[in-house]
Write a protein that binds this ligand. Sequence first.
Ligand code: FES
Length: 334
Amino acid sequence: MPSPDRRVRVVCIERETESAVRVCIEPVDGGDWIYRAGQYLTHCFDIDGQTQRRPYSICVAEGARALWFACKRVDGGRVSAFVCDELAVGDEYSVRGPSGSFTLDDAPGPLLFIAAGCGITPIMSLIETALARDPQRAVQLIYANRDQQSIMFSDRLEALTRQHGSFQLTHVLSRPQAGWDGPCGRLNDQKLAGLVTLGSDTRAYLCGPQAMMQGLRETLLGMGMSAEAVQSEAFTPAARAVQAHPGAPQTVHFARSGQSVVQAPGQSILDAALAHGVAVDYSCTVGGCAACKLRVIKGETLMDEPNCLSDSERAAGYTLACSAYALGPVEIDA
Ligand code: FES
């Protein structure tokens, strides 16, 4: 079951890189967090009179009482600008979750992590958790960035290499500044094949821009890894559906509550429901947890892909309210 909203307080904000900050939050209720490494919280910020929800990965090992997340400024992104420039120590807001299945399984054996940019955030939590459980475990991280200044968690990663002889760290920089003598250029399939050391029981975790991670996943499968041994997560929003989102307002009727709302252009069904006070459950808001799964009784909807809805759920008429858009008048079983 998804967790309900929980109030949190910002207790510390530190600069991570020139364009990113890391933020520490604690629950206002004083309780503990229950989460798994690799999961994320959906942060609900009040910005310019509107609630804006964004998922940010927890970037500390399992068991922490104070959680950290990191946010990198996105060009033109109002929420990332708010977190980087306006969020302040002492501010309170709500979070939902944790959500996400990008988590360690119980299998022993070597671990391979591949991250690009701020895709390192869940991977930091996974690596620190894996090494806390077994300090001698063979763990390899290949971390792609633009240049030395864009590397996040640089100090923590260097500390891990000093503390754990079994931790192997390789930075790959696409446009390094002078003085760099490590691997450079784009992290593509040829480069990856030359860097990874795979055992027959290696498990791999990939996080970064979706297209890049898809290509690298194919490379690992081509090198003999099984599909079950490779988990990947995209930190960029879900790719848009093949059709354009509806450009005109649409009516969404919630059959059980009897409420009808107008979905404005750009709004998902979940956005429209929440804007009009219709109680719809949700957690991640990015199509990853199924908390907002609803059945469409009548009408046509469009969903952002990829998402976590199975083929059988689609065939049964379900949709994910956070990722779905009414294309005309729609009736929902809620
Ligand atoms: S809220 Fe998680 S899939 Fe919609």
